[in-house]
Write a protein that binds this ligand. Structure first.
Ligand SMILES: NC(=O)c1ccc[n+]([C@@H]2O[C@H](COP(=O)([O-])OP(=O)(O)OC[C@H]3O[C@@H](n4cnc5c(N)ncnc54)[C@H](O)[C@@H]3O)[C@@H](O)[C@H]2O)c1
Length: 346
């Protein structure tokens, strides 16, 4: 039975990490830590285990693995400390806030021989997995263009606060660009099996304001034009200013037809063949922020994948190493937006 600790006891711990670990028969949550002690205490009362009064004491205990669910700038330092303490780490996205920190996390995982996994749960959505399989089988030919979107009303609907750290550049580092964009950038890499080699991006703050009326210090929209290794070109739009129904859709326009993902209320995947055949699949739904915060939870599979990786000693598809590509694209997007030119992804 794996012994688990959770660091950071906010929303994602409440709706995902704590309930999904507690439902997994191969592990047991034995400790929580949060910089606000009452939050760790509340989680321990609900899910068992104890609230630790410091990060050091939690990492010094006999845990096998931890989830890092803090605000963005703490992901790298805490993950590195946990790996050094001999724990496997599941770190929430975005992996870190600098390229150097992302690389340091991967190096530390290699040195420690422990697993480092990043919570890029979109790879595990059933329709995304099926689309990847269909595309890799060759039955849709080659991708020519694509469009992917993740647009919702912003973190206020998630945290319930109009001035949370998500809106503060000093703690979040990025806005919608990485909060949502890292999922969709990684998804394009995963589904097509191709790296993004160039990007041209506009990363901007168009609407969102703090309660005092000042604009937030991070972006609320990012528009990115991606070129893949094959020369295919597509767009990613991520936004915190969609005040209607959440849009989490992707379309891939291929030489033999179109793959439509999560853009239809009934079917999560629709295959439209060039010869006119249409095959709809109902595989699952992506839970929107609104549904998750109102208790309508479906398992993302991330926690089970992490636990499974450790108990079978098998590296996960969501490894730190594989998450670095999407982060490098995010950093290239920032550079492109700043310089106003197309950037080659490092
Ligand atoms: N995979 C996903 O789809 C997904 C969804 C939502 C959030 N997230 C990520 O999860 C992370 C947490 O988001 P959230 O929505 O739970 O935020 P939140 O503000 O609700 O919770 C963060 C918690 O971490 C605590 N904390 C912050 N810094 C800490 C530190 N140094 N040490 C200990 N505790 C600390 C805070 O007190 C708070 O309780 C973010 O990085 C976010 O991007 C991922």
């Amino acid at each position: 039975m794996l012994k688990i600790g959770i660091i950071g006891c906010g929303k994602i711990t409440e709706v995902r990490h704590a309930p999904e670990y507690s439902e997994n028969p191969n592990c047991q949550i034995v400790g929580f830590f949060d910089m606000v002690p009452e939050k760790a205490q509340a989680m321990a009362e609900k899910y068992g285990g104890r609230a630790f009064d410091s990060l050091e004491s939690l990492l010094a205990s006999d845990l096998d693995a931890v989830s890092v669910c803090t605000a963005n700038i703490y992901h790298a330092p805490i993950s590195i400390l946990a790996l050094r303490a001999g724990k496997h780490v599941l770190c929430e996205k975005p992996m870190a806030t600098t390229r150097q920190d992302c690389e340091a996390m991967v190096e530390e995982a290699q040195k420690s021989g422990k697993f480092l996994m990043i919570g890029l749960n979109q790879r595990l959505a059933k329709a995304h997995m099926k689309a990847q399989e269909i595309l890799q089988s060759g039955e849709m030919g080659r991708v020519i263009t694509f469009e992917t979107k993740f647009c919702h009303p912003g973190p206020e609907g998630w945290t319930g606060s109009k001035d949370s750290w998500f809106l503060d550049k000093r703690i979040a580092s990025f806005g919608a660009l990485a909060d949502l964009g890292v999922h969709k950038t990684d998804l394009i890499y995963y589904i097509t099996g191709q790296k993004i080699v160039k990007t041209s991006a506009v990363v901007t703050t168009l609407d969102k304001k703090l309660p005092d009326g000042k604009p937030i210090s991070v972006d609320d929209n990012a528009f990115c034009i991606y070129t893949l290794e094959s020369g295919a070109v597509g767009t990613m739009h991520v936004s915190w200013t969609n005040y209607g129904v959440e849009d989490n859709s992707t379309k891939l326009y291929c030489t033999d037809g179109v793959i439509r993902l999560y853009d239809d209320p009934k079917y999560s995947l629709i295959i439209e063949k060039r010869n006119g055949d249409v095959t709809p699949y109902q595989l699952d739904f992506l839970t929107s922020n609104k549904e998750q915060t109102s208790g309508g939870r479906t398992s993302t599979g991330v926690i089970d994948a992490f636990v499974n990786s450790i108990i079978t000693n098998t590296p996960s598809a969501l490894s730190g190493e594989s998450a670095i590509h999407a982060m490098n694209v995010i950093f290239a997007n920032e550079e492109s937006a700043k310089l106003g030119k197309t950037i080659d992804v490092k």
